[in-house]
Write a protein that binds this ligand. Structure first.
Ligand SMILES: [Zn+2]
Length: 252
């Protein structure tokens, strides 16, 4: 009987042992190479699963032992996936700014709505302003912010020391500022407050100016005599003889 022509063995192949041997040798060579170059503890794709075998989180392959995983990391599939991942990360990093932080990809939706009401407290004789800023399309979990900014801090208009700005900001809206007299704001008690209503999407800020003259008793002072005469002169204590309050847009 000619052994060479038995079913399952190809003529001249020399049997399966030779090929298998070189495969094992190849895998061992790759495993050794990987052992030298890869620290499994630091490999972000190496994972031991609850069944005690190993997975490549990048390629979603299963491996019965570390050696098998390491050989896989040297294979074409893993290397291709690594290259793809690197290309994607390079593309993503193109969207980060020069400081390495992600670029703000907020698309401005426009200017917020606003209502500005001038208020007067007849008891304290303080004048003030009530702002309602409307942000119907405000970003999720965004709470509007506000601050007072001096005329010299802003760079939108020529600075005028008689004015300051109340600035409101909330993504994805343009920042809006209102020019108000540069008088000291009274932060005591409920004369100054802010409130964000997330249901109505309305930010409220109310403040009152301090009266500029206070009697020694602590009672608020009166307007200066000439202010009562109706001379037509601009009353320096009354901001509302200033031009009506219109917003300035910080970032158009
Ligand atoms: Zn892999």
């Amino acid at each position: 009987m000619d052994m060479q022509n038995r079913v399952g063995s190809k003529p001249g192949s020399g049997g399966v042992a030779g090929g298998s041997e070189s495969n094992v040798a190849r895998r061992e060579r790759l495993r050794q190479l990987a052992l030298e170059t890869i620290d499994l503890a630091k490999d972000p794709y190496f994972m031991r699963n609850h069944l005690g075998s190993y997975e490549c989180k990048l390629c979603l392959t299963l491996h019965t032992n570390e050696g098998s995983y390491l050989a896989h990391t040297q294979g074409k599939k893993h290397q291709t996936n690594l290259a793809r991942r690197a290309a994607r990360e390079a593309k993503d990093s193109a969207t980060t700014g020069p400081d390495g932080k992600p670029r703000r990809s907020v698309i401005k939706v426009g200017r917020p709505g606003y209502e500005v009401t001038q208020i007067y407290d007849p008891v304290t004789r303080q004048r003030g302003i009530l702002f309602h800023i409307l942000y119907p399309e405000i970003g999720l979990d965004v709470v509007p912010r506000h601050r007072f900014m001096s005329a010299f801090e802003q760079h939108v208009e020529e600075p005028n020391k008689d004015y300051q700005y109340v600035v409101f900001a909330a993504e994805p809206y343009y920042t809006i500022a209102f020019k108000v007299p540069s008088r000291e704001v009274d932060k005591q008690g409920d004369r100054f407050f802010t409130y964000w209503d997330p249901d109505l999407k309305k930010f409220t800020l109310q403040f009152q100016f301090k009266n500029e003259r206070t009697l020694p008793s602590g009672r608020p002072g009166h307007f200066r005599q000439h202010d009562k005469q109706g001379s037509g002169a601009v009353n320096p204590l009354n901001p509302y003889q200033a031009p009506s309050i219109q917003p300035t847009y910080i970032n158009k």
